[in-house]
Design a protein around this ligand. Structure first.
Ligand code: NAD
Length: 294
């Protein structure tokens, strides 16, 4: 099988970025969210972010126009019927993803591959909800997908060698380097990252240091490009909490428990950059100040 047309389910920060990267590699892309307006909004965001690159002279207007023309917003999962590969990038929630996997499986043609960009949810479990478990695999792009070089491929227990080879070569065509993880909670990258992000939040909660000291400490003391609190805001605090809960529950070790402060921020709807407020509060000009947290 040759992968020519790719469906992306979820037009949020990851789905939009994945659609952009796939269209940039000359794949035809169908972008679907919970409704057509959200799918169209996802496409509009891609167009405006590429517009900024045109303004800076990084790409030509013709390149932007050709890329954007390869992305078609879809009204529903039924629009995946002739896709060869679907990348699911909806909200990190196991019940939702199981439901979406069943719907995709019913809509997609025989032999097409169904992948998930999940950060932590078991691919073996998602595969088990479909009639094509050998064609299910994890394609874990990093945030933001157009900039980050890695795709972590996660094999479900049922994934076939052919599915793995096809997805690896599609990721490579998108300009990515691939690493492979077994299907274990958090896979490799988030198994390492999420405990560090939670530890930074515990340190803040306990008053060991303030937001800026924690992030500056990681940037200058550990040579990380971003501090853990600003990175948490970028990822989305709902997503960080969802991954921490999977690690805690599935590995059964309290060292993975989520801090109360993180839970409270999510409960307040202060989900980070996408909500305009998290550990930092963001203004319309791209500036930010540490949030007042009580
Ligand atoms: P997001 O909140 O930006 O986007 C989620 C999208 O899913 C939204 O557009 C939402 O409308 C859509 N959605 C919700 N219910 C839906 C439904 N029933 N049908 C179709 N679409 C639906 O979240 P995100 O950061 O883009 O995360 C998406 C996935 O990518 C998650 O599984 C997350 O774990 C994973 N991921 C996130 C990051 C990150 O840094 N944020 C990195 C790697 C992987």
């Amino acid at each position: 099988m040759d992968i020519k047309k790719i469906g992306v389910l979820g037009a949020g920060q990851m789905g939009g970025g994945i659609a952009q990267v796939a269209a940039g590699a000359s794949y035809e892309v169908v972008l679907v969210d919970a409704n057509i307006d959200l799918a169209k909004r996802g496409k509009a965001k891609i167009e405006s972010s590429l517009g900024r690159q045109v303004d800076k002279g990084k790409i030509t207007a013709a390149v932007r126009d050709a890329l954007v023309a390869r992305i078609t917003p879809g009204a529903s999962i039924a629009d995946f019927k002739d896709c060869d590969l679907v990348v699911e990038a909806a909200t990190e929630n196991v019940a939702l993803k199981l439901d979406l996997f069943k719907s995709c499986d019913a809509a997609m043609k025989a032999g097409a591959i169904l992948s998930s960009n999940t950060s932590s949810i078991s691919l073996t479990k998602l595969a088990g909800a479909t009639s094509r478990p050998d064609r299910v695999i994890g394609m874990h792009f990093m945030n933001p997908p157009p900039l980050m070089k890695l795709v972590e491929i996660v094999r479900a227990m049922q994934t076939s060698e052919e599915t793995f080879a096809l997805v690896k070569s599609a990721a490579e065509r998108m300009g990515k380097t691939v690493t492979v993880s077994r299907d274990a909670p958090g896979f490799l990258v988030n198994r390492m990252l999420i405990p560090m992000l939670c530890e930074a939040c515990f340190a803040l909660q306990e008053g060991v240091g303030n937001v800026e000291d924690i992030d500056t400490g990681a940037r200058l003391g550990l040579n990380h490009p971003m501090g853990p609190l600003e990175l948490s805001d970028l990822i989305g605090l709902d997503t960080v909490l969802a991954i921490a809960e999977v690690l805690h529950r599935d590995l059964g070790d309290d060292k993975y428990r989520a801090p109360t402060l993180l839970r409270n921020l999510v409960a307040a709807g202060w989900l980070g950059r996408k909500a305009g407020r998290g550990f930092y509060t963001y203004d319309a000009n791209g500036g930010r100040t540490p949030s007042e947290l009580r």
